[in-house]
Design a protein around this ligand. Structure first.
Ligand SMILES: Nc1nc2c(ncn2[C@@H]2O[C@H](COP(=O)(O)OP(=O)(O)OP(=O)(O)O)[C@@H](O)[C@H]2O)c(=O)[nH]1
Length: 282
């Protein structure tokens, strides 16, 4: 999504989310399992206030399973249950529902005591662009719900998607902006493909250097294995050039196509071809 977040957009997004929040019992905060804090809206607590919240660590198929466990423990320690999921495959979905039910149970009991008949639990999905909101909604709905959330000016009545007997999901997600202030956060978002490269001030090369440096430090052997490198150069720019050479990205006159090499590394990382890798630790 090519949306750019200007102050006006942020205010509007926040207003829309606040309106939707009034309709639901529980919020699913969708984060990228590879970069949970970087993919979290900086004002999440303020915006959702006291609303019960379940963190969903999406794209868990691409993340380092050990680090994902650490993140679950981290969020638990903060009092927010967290569930690793793969929205595109439907894995982790049973727990999505049971956690929400657990959080909303006291409210439903209080309603019953007042003689109000129990009703379905109502939930909404909230997250930054590209984190998998539509994939999750479609998978939970078991059909394709048209994307309308990111089209300015397109308004449509809120619809509820029935998920089982006791559960309903709002058919449009709440979209919030990511953090932009911290350059490292920006690089993590860019490396995972959460923000379009064109939107970012950093160029492809810089993003690939960031990724290569992280892999060198945190995942020894990964680059060597994938690109058949005998020795890993000390500097990230030399590594990128070396990978370009190995992959035959060489222009006339023997000049290595550095941008091509950067693109290749990013593309392969995003597709999970370098393995299950997380870019952020609790
Ligand atoms: N590997 C993997 N890819 C996923 C998963 N969930 C979503 N994706 C992919 O991530 C991309 C973005 O997914 P969407 O569902 O369009 O994300 P969104 O949050 O609705 O995006 P916006 O409409 O931009 O706000 C798509 O290419 C999906 O196929 C997942 O669990 N694993």
């Amino acid at each position: 999504m090519a949306i750019q977040w200007f102050p006006g957009h942020m205010a509007k997004a926040r207003r829309e989310v606040t309106e939707k929040l009034k309709l639901v019992d529980v919020v699913y905060e969708l984060l990228d399992a590879r970069i949970p804090l970087s993919s979290r809206n900086p004002m999440m607590n303020e915006i959702t206030q006291q609303k019960p919240r379940v963190v969903l660590l999406n794209k868990a198929d691409l993340a380092d399973p050990e680090i994902t466990k650490e993140w679950v423990a981290f969020f638990d320690s903060q009092g927010t249950p967290a569930v690793p999921i793969v929205a595109t495959e439907g894995s982790g979905f049973a727990k999505i529902e049971s956690e929400a039910k657990r959080l909303v149970a006291p409210k439903l009991e209080a309603m019953m005591k007042k003689g109000i008949r129990p009703r379905a639990i109502r939930a909404m999905i909230l997250g930054i662009p590209n984190v998998g909101k539509s994939s999750l909604i479609n998978r939970m709905a078991k059909r394709n719900i048209a994307k309308t959330g990111d089209k300015p000016g397109v308004t449509k009545a809120q619809q509820w998607i029935k998920v089982g007997k006791e559960f309903e999901l709002l058919d449009t997600p709440g979209i919030l902006w990511p953090k932009f202030e911290d350059p490292e956060v920006g690089l993590r978002l860019a490396a995972t493909g959460a923000i379009k490269d064109e939107v970012l001030e950093a160029d492809k090369q810089e993003i690939s250097y960031f990724l290569v440096k992280w892999l060198r430090e945190q995942y020894p052997g990964v680059l060597e294995n994938r690109y058949k490198l005998d020795i890993l150069p000390e500097e990230p720019w030399d590594t990128v050039l070396e990978i370009g050479k190995k992959r035959g990205l060489v222009r006339a006159g023997g000049v290595i196509d550095e941008e091509g090499a950067s693109n290749l590394i990013l593309r392969e990382f995003r597709a999970g071809m370098l393995g299950k890798i997380s870019l952020e630790r609790p």
